[in-house]
Design a protein around this ligand. Structure first.
Ligand SMILES: Cc1ncc(COP(=O)(O)O)c(C=O)c1O
Length: 369
């Protein structure tokens, strides 16, 4: 029998979430599949979302992996290129390239390429990537004069706080973006498209919708707002599951796990589950983080080990070896687990490690086990 720890991936839930994003977009909707599609398996996610017009990744390595798997749509390199030699490779493979700083701009102007789709990044306040708003026109003119851009360029920016409902920074960034867009004198015969919205903006800030939306997290079925466990419109795509592999009754006053960080207060039944931090279950998950055993909640107790966790199932007397366990998924929100661990669901999902088999299935409610 194989180790039972798996990430069950519902293709039906993914398609459902993408349709919702597409409807909300009112224009092009580009799935973000960086970081192995937020841990869900980028190749499979792209194949399931084969209607998407393009995909977004963090590096040319991620993009090349997708091409090797037969993905044919354009792929946007969200951070652009990290070295000059990547530009010609990007043209060969029909990757779209973000240009967001002068080094990337100079490399592009000097590169042996003839016609590429360029996304021009503008820093509207996040101060991580992008040109200053007051320089985007001159950057655009340099690109246009190079004769190396195709007839469509996309002005893009990214929200710092769209996941904070009502944050005033969203409006400030939008205003800044609009000013930057208006400052650009678009060359004759060419189009300048726009792109701003991530998941949170797509769901709650309709004024930010432009030619291209770039949703990531919502496609995987969870609300991008950390305080919210579920959005009734979305279906969680990943069920991170395992099964009870060992059970023991121990006396009151006995320690459990590394460093004896938890001690039984009563005679207790401890279930061992073969999932640990090397699988992506967070090592810093505290005592009492909920785990579903046979669909019922039970508390994690003791430290998370590399390959195992321990769960107090004293109050679930029918539990047996082999019973199903859910770490997060449709019946236990990854956002809830993330809050317990003082992180976000993005980190947990994208941290599910390579040794966890991804099992694709078509059950929309994602209850397959
Ligand atoms: C540039 C860019 N666009 C879009 C996204 C998607 O954001 P989300 O997953 O919140 O939808 C990201 C994610 O970090 C990003 O870096």
């Amino acid at each position: 029998m194989a180790r039972p720890t798996r990430a069950l991936i519902s293709s039906a839930a993914l398609i459902h979430n993408y349709s919702l994003a597409q409807k909300g977009s009112g224009a092009h909707c580009m799935p973000m599949v960086k970081a192995n599609a937020y841990g869900h398996g980028a190749k499979d996610v792209c194949k399931i979302l084969d209607q998407a017009p393009a995909f977004g990744v963090a590096s040319i390595e991620e993009a090349l992996e997708l091409r090797k798997s037969g993905i044919q749509q354009p792929i946007l390199l969200l951070e652009g290129t990290f070295s000059a030699c990547e530009i010609a490779i990007a043209e060969t493979h029909n990757f779209w390239v973000m240009i967001e700083n002068h080094r990337q701009l100079d490399d592009f102007i000097a590169a042996p390429v003839s016609s590429m789709r360029i996304w021009l990044g503008v820093d509207t306040g996040m101060h991580r990537l992008g040109f200053k708003p007051q320089e985007v026109n001159s950057v655009y003119q340099r690109l246009a004069r190079s004769g190396k851009v195709d007839n469509t360029c996309v002005l893009a920016s990214h929200f710092a706080s769209a996941d904070q409902r009502g944050d005033t920074m969203n409006q400030r960034q939008l205003t800044c973006f609009e000013q930057a867009y208006r400052s650009i004198a678009v060359s004759k015969g060419t189009k300048l498209q726009q792109s701003l919205a991530n998941s949170a903006a797509l769901l709650t800030l309709p004024a930010t919708l432009r030619d291209w939306q770039r949703p990531g997290y919502m496609l995987y079925g969870n609300p991008p707002f950390i305080a919210e466990d579920q959005d009734a419109r979305l279906k969680p795509v990943m069920n991170f599951v395992s099964a009870v592999s060992s059970l023991r009754r121990i006396d009151a006053g006995q320690p459990v796990g590394y460093a004896a960080q938890w001690t039984t207060q009563r005679t207790s039944v401890i279930a061992t589950v073969p999932v640990g931090y090397a699988d992506g279950y967070p090592r810093h998950a505290p005592n009492n983080t909920p785990v579903l055993v046979n669909t019922q909640r039970a508390p994690l107790v003791g430290r998370v080990s590399m390959d195992m966790i321990t769960v107090d199932v004293t109050d679930l007397p029918s539990v047996q070896i082999g019973d199903p366990v859910t770490l997060w998924g449709s019946a236990l929100s990854v956002n809830e687990i993330a809050r317990r661990c003082q992180t976000n669901g993005y980190e947990l999902l994208s941290g599910v490690s390579a040794r966890v088999p991804r099992v694709i299935h078509a059950d929309e409610d994602n209850t397959t086990h």
